[in-house]
Design a protein. Structure first.
Length: 508
């Protein structure tokens, strides 16, 4: 791999960005050493960045500074300060307590005999060892360049690792509605780190919506490096940007100019354009690497779309099964919808992850799927069930769990859990397994409260709707018995939202 992409040759006349700098910490108990070192580094630049010099006159002071400045690039560290081994002990604190593994540590000593170089290099995690006598201005200049190169590339690799983790996480996020955003954010992070850039965004549009001959009449969805998106009219973009984007789309290829890079990533269903600006001249090898990178992004985007298809298909299956349950038990679709919305609201109030909230909302309509195995005479009996009939009715929870158990579809796995646990009780007196407390899956605990709340609040074939005050009295009495106390408290504290759902979806 060419070093040209990762190592930019330093130009002593390069323009320094006044906002950009590397932090260097001088740790020494001699004030003269601080003064001389600072003078020697005056005007020093690397990669267009200057230096911010920090000063510590003891190991203890250095530790405090490093706690506040975790982005220190280089530490010039004296060995003998408040004690003969203060510098060496600080090395251990830096690496193990503060966990600053990217920071380059250069040990400087005026008494090499007290800390022999070979012994120190082997036993301590330092990056260089210098005698103060030998560290001339020229050698300090060389040392700084060497250490900053290492620090820059270690940090870049760490950022690339974080970006890759985002991409991997996005590929797993089948049921995460922000999966595309997360993928784009990770891909942008890798791209900008690869090119040592900060300014990049992505433009996407659906095939069939965007028309080449009407370029100015359509909008792009734009995403920044945090995955946040916006809609931007093409006509509002600068002319040079419109021109290069159109060139990329019409040529179906990546575009490289001195000012811009456009990565063209086309899947079967949509086009995504990565625009990076500004950019200098790239070598042939650099362009090949970027081309490979764009091919990998395209593969990732295909996977994202396939995952969204899986999610859509599972929604359809759950919806159809829910319709079967409604027809079989002669309940209205509004009961199922209300329970789903109550579950969603409770899940948000208890602060479940967004992915779990969406899953619970989609899977909860199948909480009574086991009722398809209950005889009509029992299921739709208008009178109170006798003991034997009640025993038969109770089997629907276990039957529902078993019916969906073992599915390879994630939503049906969740529905199996809900069907099997939504009649368990907090005190362990429920069925089918008598599970208690937090051993009951949170999906089951939420659905249990949502189902009972809706069943009592609305008319059924065997009973009229309960008044709200009577319903709430029962809910309060069953707090810590039938229902999870935390969930009951959340329902009572947010009752207006639950009543809003009830009123919006009333049975005909």
């Amino acid at each position: 791999m060419s070093d040209e992409l990762f190592f930019k040759e330093e130009d002593p006349l390069e323009q320094v960005d006044p906002k950009a700098f590397y932090k260097v910490l001088i740790v020494d108990d001699e004030a003269d050493i601080h003064l001389v070192t600072k003078m020697a580094l005056t005007g020093f630049t690397f990669d267009g960045c200057g230096l911010e010099i920090l000063h510590a006159y003891s190991a203890q002071e250095a530790e405090l500074i490093l706690q506040q400045h975790r982005d220190v690039a280089i530490i010039l560290l004296d060995v003998v300060m408040e004690t003969e081994t203060a510098g060496l002990l600080l090395v251990d604190i830096i690496r193990n307590k503060l966990e600053l593994n990217n920071t380059r540590i250069v040990l400087r000593t005026g008494q090499p005999g007290q800390a022999p170089e070979q012994e120190v290099i082997v036993e301590y995690d330092i990056n260089d060892y210098k005698s103060k006598v030998e560290l001339t201005s020229q050698k300090l200049f060389t040392l700084m360049h060497s250490c900053l190169r290492s620090y820059r590339d270690i940090v870049s690799l760490e950022r690339n690792k974080q970006g890759l983790q985002q991409v991997i996480q996005a590929s797993k996020g089948i049921f995460n509605k922000h999966a595309f955003d997360t993928f784009i954010s990770g891909a942008l992070k890798q791209l900008t780190d690869l090119l040592h850039l900060d300014d990049a965004y992505v433009l996407a549009h659906e095939i069939g919506v965007y028309k080449f001959e009407k370029l100015d009449s359509h909008s792009y969805e734009t995403y920044d490096q945090q995955g946040l998106h916006n809609n931007v009219k093409v006509s509002t973009l600068p002319e040079d940007i419109r021109k290069i984007l159109n060139e990329s789309i019409q040529g179906q290829t990546n575009i490289f100019t001195q000012k811009h890079i456009v990565l063209y990533c086309r899947t079967q269903f949509f086009i995504t354009l990565f625009l990076v600006t500004p950019i200098g001249e790239l070598s042939t090898i650099d362009k090949e690497l970027i081309n490979i990178f764009s091919e990998n992004i395209t593969i990732g985007l295909e996977n994202i779309h396939l995952e969204e298809n899986i999610k859509s298909n599972q929604k359809e299956i759950v919806y159809r099964l829910g319709e079967i349950v409604e027809t079989r038990s002669k309940e209205t679709g509004f009961h199922v919808k209300r329970v789903a919305l109550y579950c969603e609201l409770l899940a948000k109030l208890v602060k479940l992850p967004a992915e779990d909230v969406a899953t619970l909302k989609l899977a909860s309509p199948l909480h009574d799927i086991g009722k398809i195995a209950i005889p009509d005479a029992v299921l739709n009996k208008p009178d109170k069930l006798d003991a034997q009939e009640w025993q038969i009715m109770q089997t629907h929870a276990q039957k529902g769990g078993e019916l969906l158990e073992g599915s390879n579809l994630f939503l049906l796995q969740a529905a199996s859990i809900i069907a099997a646990t939504h009649h368990e009780k907090w005190d362990g007196s429920g069925y089918p397994n008598g599970t208690a407390g937090e051993d009951i899956h949170i999906f089951g605990r939420i659905t249990a409260l949502a189902d009972v709340f809706d069943a009592l609040a609305n008319k059924r074939c065997y009973k009229p709707a309960w008044p709200m005050d009577k319903l709430l009295t029962l809910i309060k009495q069953e707090r810590g018995k039938h229902f999870d106390p935390t969930l009951v408290d959340l329902l009572l504290d947010n009752l207006a939202q639950f009543e809003q759902i009830k009123n919006a979806y009333q049975d005909q």
